[in-house]
Write a new protein. Structure first.
Length: 318
């Protein structure tokens, strides 16, 4: 089969062996999505070598549970040990021995086939298209912020970054507050934000007037400068949610965090079930964030397109 692989920071489409089940479900990938984490891995983030990608929709070709075979599914990306306290409680996201699809210890989704534990798979309702289903993972990550930083109707919230993750944050979380602001560098992307009536788009150059205005700021720009901007925007005792991963060592003013008593929250993966519910109920739109789609064989070209400043979501198809 074909797979888009990273080896020593080099990206290429290679012919590899079809994965064996090894006690897990085998899924034929229909579509997969390129995200910023894939781009960072290609630059050396996480030291991962193998098939990249963690966003997908596919059809189950093999499973011990025969009722799964033929089902259209998405899959939670963290595969736990199944034995630790976290896994036994049904949450493998922080299992110390977990593998992570296309990120750590497990080949990913930019391939013709992948394997995952059956417990990780969720059936996709018929009302959700293949293209929309690819967004379940990033939408879950965006909406998952509410697990650690609950947002109330009166909270004034800002999202820094107008990329696909930032927009998914504002679209999903704006359902909880009437005070949502998106800060970015691209007018055409902020126009996508303002399709939702209670989200206001603000250009980064104009954000200085909003100093000390927000109870919660979500940093989703993937840039070091976003941290400093977030500190400027937060009120004392506000919450800063770090949503992006980027390759490098950030520098920040710890004294400001101490003096203003800022709470810093890291947020990574969210639950898939709430994201599927949002999509199936048509509560939010995602397909307008698709910039391009390429066949898997053109995976390297697709990665270059995804890295361009005007790109939103780039899909790969089989």
């Amino acid at each position: 089969m074909k797979a888009l692989k990273v080896l020593n920071d080099r990206v290429s489409v290679e012919k590899v062996s079809k994965p064996a089940g090894d006690g897990e479900a085998l899924v034929r990938v229909l579509r997969s999505g390129i995200c910023n984490t894939d781009l960072e891995i290609a630059r050396g983030y996480a030291g991962f070598n193998g098939t990249i990608g963690h966003e997908f929709v596919g059809l189950v070709e093999y499973a011990a549970d025969e009722q799964l075979i033929g089902k259209r599914v998405v899959g939670e990306i963290n595969a736990g040990c199944g034995k630790c306290d976290l896994c036994l409680k049904g949450d493998s996201r922080h299992c110390p021995d977990r593998t992570v699809l296309g990120i750590h210890g497990r080949d990913g989704t930019h391939a013709e086939f992948l394997r995952l534990p059956e417990v990780n798979l969720l059936e996709v309702p018929e009302s959700i298209s293949d293209a929309a289903a690819v967004f379940v993972e990033p939408l879950a990550a965006a909406y998952g912020i509410s697990e650690q930083a609950p947002i109330g109707d009166g909270d004034n919230v800002a999202v820094i970054g107008d990329g696909k993750l930032g927009i998914l944050c504002s679209r999903s979380l704006s359902r909880s507050t009437v005070h949502m602001t998106q800060i970015g560098k691209h007018k055409e992307k902020l126009d996508l934000v303002e399709k939702y009536g209670n989200v206001t788009g603000v250009m980064l150059d104009d954000a200085g007037s909003l100093r000390n205005s927000f109870d919660i700021v979500i940093e989703a720009s993937g840039s070091e400068s976003g941290f400093a901007t977030a500190l400027d925007l937060l009120r004392p005792r506000g919450k800063l949610v770090l949503k992006s991963t980027f390759h490098g060592l950030p520098r920040w003013q710890a004294s400001r965090v101490v003096v203003d008593e800022i709470t810093i929250i890291g947020s990574r993966c969210g639950r898939f079930a709430p994201a599927l519910k949002l999509l199936s109920s048509k509560a939010i739109e995602v397909e307008d964030l698709i910039s391009d789609e390429f066949p898997l064989v053109s995976g390297v070209k697709a990665m270059r397109r995804a890295a361009e400043s005007d790109a939103m979501k780039v899909l790969l198809s089989n």
